[in-house]
Design a protein around this ligand. Structure first.
Ligand code: CA
Length: 315
């Protein structure tokens, strides 16, 4: 009982803390705002759309975002385009960020010169901590130089007013058949449960083994860690197969892989949509210090095939 009570207190303080974590900025203006690859795509919440322009006469390119209210950005994330593995030269390397409350007077918050942190990998978020912070409603990004040439592409810009640290995960086990068990090569190897923790959105766990339901995957956080948020990512062809999205699942934590504590349970959650490689964030109902995290998938939108490209946990 004592344990349950402390768990409940942990859970409620965590939920309260998280309520102010997410910023959903809206687009104000930018270089070439319209079109299928215009600046508006930079905060539409979809990794499958991007801002991709090549207008040397209009450099430096800019984007202005509205955070909705005055707040202090402690981290921002630049997300690469869907084909950045083929076109890494489009990654920005020199840019600045400024904050304002009236869009007239701007305060410089971060200034990056020849920063090559963005990877040659599609749809990857790289986070930066600005050198300065302040309470601002509007944030302006100016991109002065790309890795090569004058074409820029980014799928999203994310703003954070609370640092959320991703937890490095290792795959532990699954109750479903794995590549090692079948002895077969691709595509089985490319689609087994370990693919939800390999860091890539273009690889996925995709299985249809009705006798093994609920499908289970156990992940190792490396040390006892409290999880404040977990994220599911849909697969590369979820647009064609939305029925494979999970709608009922259970998340549990353990330190010995014997005793499991239920942290979250969803019975008919249809938040995952028919969109490829999209991120969906969930706050568990409870939290605690656990090293192992297990997800059990009990039901899909339709049928018995499950697919997810990644599962991520955040402190
Ligand atoms: Ca993956």
């Amino acid at each position: 009982m004592k344990h349950l009570l402390s768990l409940f207190i942990l859970a409620s303080s965590s939920i309260q803390m998280l309520a102010q974590a997410d910023i959903k900025p809206t687009f104000v203006s930018g270089t070439i705002p319209g079109g299928s690859e215009g600046a508006r795509m930079i905060c539409d919440g979809k990794l499958s759309t991007k801002w991709c322009i090549d207008e040397p006469g209009q450099m430096p390119y800019f984007i202005i975002l509205d955070a909705g209210r005055q707040l202090g950005v402690v981290e921002y994330g630049l997300v690469t385009g869907d084909d950045t593995n083929m076109y890494p030269e489009r990654n920005p390397v020199t840019w600045s960020i400024s904050g304002s409350n009236d869009q007239q007077a701007w305060t410089l918050l971060d200034d990056r010169k020849n920063d090559r942190s963005l990877p040659a990998e599609g749809q990857q978020e790289y986070r930066f901590k600005p050198q300065a912070s302040g309470q601002f409603r509007y944030y302006r990004f100016e991109f002065l130089r790309m890795a090569g040439g004058s074409r820029i592409q980014l799928s999203e810009i994310n703003l954070y007013d609370k640092v959320q640290t991703p937890i490095k995960l290792a795959f532990v086990s699954t109750n479903t058949t794995t590549a090692a068990q079948t002895g077969r090569r691709r595509p089985t190897i490319a689609e087994d449960a370990s693919m939800v923790a390999d860091g890539f959105l273009h690889t996925k766990w995709c299985i249809d083994q009705p006798s093994q339901m609920p499908y289970t995957v156990t992940l190792d956080a490396g040390s006892q860690t409290a999880v404040s948020e977990y994220r599911f990512y849909t697969a590369d062809d979820t647009h064609s197969y939305p029925e494979r999205n999970p709608i009922a699942w259970r998340m549990s934590g353990s330190n010995d892989q014997q005793t499991w504590t239920t942290l979250d349970e969803q019975k008919s959650n249809r938040r995952l949509r028919d969109e490829n490689e999209q991120e969906y964030r969930f706050k568990p109902h409870a939290t605690g210090q656990f090293r192992y995290y297990r997800f059990e998938f009990l039901r899909m939108a339709e049928g018995t095939r499950l697919q997810l490209s990644e599962i991520k946990l955040y402190k």
